[in-house]
Design a binder for this molecule. Structure first.
Ligand code: GLN
Length: 220
């Protein structure tokens, strides 16, 4: 732990701001860094194992999961990220990041692997061509800090996956409320891991990142 960094946040005491990494192989990294800083965490791009070692939690951005899988392997990050998640590092994945956190992936590319961690099955590009990108209101359990109470957010879906099924240990945080995907699971939480099919980092709504930072702080 903490190799290559003199600023290991976990060693800095419980009151210190968390250091959250954003996996920076591909995808909308800058947007996540800005959101994390806006909710009071320190945030850094993660491209190397030494950077991964220094963080208290990791965001896996939207982008393209097949590309992220290939680059993580090429950068020797795939196994280290998988291992830290398996050891309990908090992580939040949006869209392609949700796919990377899923134990099981349907409609994956040949050989495509995920880091896993969330006991669920996701389907890539699930919403289909006609509605491959869409926006709409989503009721999200615990969004405003109280579990069991839904907050409404504006969901932005871009060639998004949905969650086909979850194991009992996984909490369903949000489903699509209307339209062709109505009833489909689009946000989950499993221990210190969170995932959304949609992209809160593109809306300026800080509440999902706020929820993740609270989760990561509680896990520390
Ligand atoms: N369809 C992409 C994938 O399979 C995810 C799209 C996104 O992250 N916006 O990785």
């Amino acid at each position: 732990m903490g190799t290559g960094s003199g600023t290991h946040a976990a060693a800095a005491g419980a009151g210190a701001p968390l250091l959250i990494g954003v996996l920076a192989l591909q995808g909308d990294v800058r947007e996540h860094i800005a959101m994390l800083e806006a909710v009071g965490a320190r945030a850094v791009a993660v491209r190397r194992v030494a950077e991964l070692d220094a963080v208290d939690g990791l965001v896996i951005p939207g982008g393209e999961s097949t590309t992220m899988w290939k680059l993580a392997t090429a950068f020797d990050l795939f196994e280290p990220v998988r291992k830290r998640i398996a050891e309990g590092m908090p992580a939040y994945g949006s869209c392609a990041g949700m796919i990377m956190l899923a134990d099981r992936v349907l409609d994956a590319a040949p050989g495509q692997e995920s880091f896993g961690g969330i006991a669920m099955t996701v389907r890539r590009n699930a919403f289909g061509r006609q509605i491959d990108s869409f926006e709409g209101p989503i009721g999200f359990d615990g969004l405003d800090g109280v579990d069991g109470v839904e907050g409404v957010l504006h969901g932005v879906f871009i060639r998004a996956p949905w969650v086909e099924e979850v194991d009992p240990a996984v909490h369903v945080s949000a489903r699509v409320t209307a339209g062709p995907g109505a009833g489909r699971i689009v946000a989950v939480q499993h221990g210190a891991l969170m995932a959304t099919s949609f992209h809160p980092e593109l809306t300026g709504d800080l509440r999902v990142h706020g929820r993740f930072v609270r989760l990561a702080r509680a896990a520390r």
